[in-house]
Design a protein around this ligand. Structure first.
Ligand SMILES: [Zn+2]
Length: 489
């Protein structure tokens, strides 16, 4: 029997506000433990929450970008549970009436071959169940302290940080689809500037619900929740492991237990965390300290108008306007900064293909080697465009251009200055090339005689001599034509 996986993702995105969701405390990562706290986020009795308008604006933008229907009135609710890093004993979230519902995202996805290559890329549409606002909990620290063997610590700096929880429909049928969706979702959040997308620092977190069912059937199998997926690589590995594990269990006639499992990177497997035979009862009820969140329609239209061009639209524009391939367009639209750099360079050079090649090749390589990001690139797009134009006009060859590029990156000079300084201008003038060829032919009488008696391979020998003399700067086309002519004389 053939099985297919059914996967849904729950993503927590930390919103990039300067202060927390219900108090004025700083949200900066890496501050001294428990320094960014106040009575509200410490859950002290009598402290009252005040909603952060900027967090709402960011969540609304994200919901709009994910195609969600916005609820003009949404309700905050208490999600009750006990945990050491949750001093209030409840988390303020949204339950019955979230901020946004029923969205969709379209993105390119494909099939992964055994060697990890993605083939058969095509557009896929995935459903978004809901997007709601909630506050984060603090963090228990079990490792890395001098007495960690005997004690655990609690850091409440993160307590009350605004999160958008984005729940997808169970629409993914392979780990690759889940991976591509998460990549795309992260890209949307980065484009909007509402989340920094940093999975290592925990500002983007992902849990997955996985089940398998016989292919062709409708009914969902028993689902398992996987946590601790703090990188794209872990997500893919954990899903592949879990899908294989469930298929093996079912094939051997076992029953899948509904549970939460953790991805263990060291052992390369998922391990059970706690039994979820009976779903948690969080006893949600409307938060009595906050009124319903009512959006003003003028403000909503302002937010709608403020949305930037989204990744999907940009990708499609790159395909049609610049004639890029899907893979190149995906790469060049990875971030707004990279996309802007490409577009400026493509327009100024009037050669999008060359701009794409330079950016994806030499430029990416140089940035990676020097540990820089594109917005900190020593070569502005206009200067790279100049370099492309000097190649297109025949002033320098493609090979010499690579040398010039390295200098541009190192010294931040203009291409013309580098070409001048290093004397790299391509030699195209027929008079000087003609003199050079005459000299080469005169000093190689044996080779010349052999060539004339039919050993035509020697043509390359003469070209090599001329290139050596000009340090590779002879215009190959002019050189070839002149040499042909001289050899026939
Ligand atoms: Zn606070």
């Amino acid at each position: 029997m053939e099985f297919e996986p059914v996967i849904g993702l729950e993503v927590h995105a930390q919103l990039l506000t300067r202060s927390k969701l219900f108090c004025g405390c700083n949200t900066q990562f890496g501050a001294a433990p428990n320094s960014n706290t106040c009575p509200v986020c410490l859950g002290l009795p009598g402290a009252l929450p005040v909603l952060n308008r900027e967090a709402v604006a960011m969540a609304v933008k994200a919901a709009l970008a994910l195609g969600c229907r916005i609820n003009m009135t949404s309700i905050f609710a208490r999600k009750n549970y006990f945990y050491p890093d949750l001093p209030k004993g409840y988390q303020i979230s949204q339950f019955d009436r979230p901020l946004g519902e029923h969205g969709t995202v379209a993105t390119f996805s494909g099939d992964r071959t055994e060697t990890g290559k993605i083939v058969n890329r095509r557009e896929k549409v995935f459903g978004i169940t809901r997007l709601h606002l909630e506050e984060d909990a603090g963090k228990s620290v079990h490792e890395g302290m001098p007495d960690s063997d005997a004690k655990s610590y609690v850091n409440l700096n993160r307590s009350g940080t605004p999160l958008a929880e984005i729940v997808s429909e169970p629409d993914f049928r392979s780990s690759q689809e889940a991976y591509d969706y998460l990549t795309h979702l992260r890209k949307i959040l980065l484009y909007l500037g509402v989340c920094d997308g940093n999975m290592e620092e925990g500002s983007l977190r992902c849990d997955a619900n996985v089940s398998v069912r016989p292919k062709g059937t409708e009914k969902f199998g028993t689902k398992v929740e996987i946590k601790n997926l703090n990188s794209f690589r872990f997500l893919q590995k954990a899903l592949d492991y879990e899908i294989a594990r469930q298929i093996r269990s079912l094939t051997e006639g076992e029953r899948i237990v509904q549970e939460t499992r953790l991805w263990d990177e060291g052992r390369g497997c998922t391990l059970p965390m706690r039994s979820k035979e009976e779903a948690h009862d969080y006893r949600y009820f409307p938060e009595p300290d906050l009124p319903p969140l009512k959006l003003n329609s003028t403000w909503l239209s302002e937010l709608t108008r403020s949305l930037p061009e989204l990744p999907d639209a940009k990708l499609k524009r790159f395909l049609s306007v610049y004639g890029l391939t899907a893979d190149d367009a995906l790469l060049l639209s990875a971030t707004v900064a990279l996309a802007d750099y490409f577009e400026e360079c493509a327009k100024l050079s009037n050669n999008p293909r060359a701009a794409a090649n330079w950016i994806m090749g030499d430029l990416t390589y140089a940035l990676k080697n020097s540990g820089r990001e594109i917005d900190d690139c020593p070569i502005p797009p206009g200067r790279l465009a100049e370099l492309i134009k000097t190649v297109d006009s025949g002033e320098i060859s493609g090979k010499i251009a690579k040398k010039v590029f390295e200098e541009l990156y190192r010294t931040r000079e203009e291409p013309a200055a580098v070409i001048q300084r290093l004397g790299l201008v391509q030699v195209s003038d027929e008079a000087s090339l003609g003199t050079l060829i005459d000299r080469i032919l005169a000093s190689n009488p044996r080779q010349l005689a052999e060539y004339r008696s039919g050993k035509e391979k020697l043509f390359g020998y003469f070209v090599g001599q001329a290139m050596k003399e000009t340090k590779g700067q002879a215009n190959p086309q002019v050189l070839n034509e002149l040499l042909q002519k001289k050899l026939k004389e």
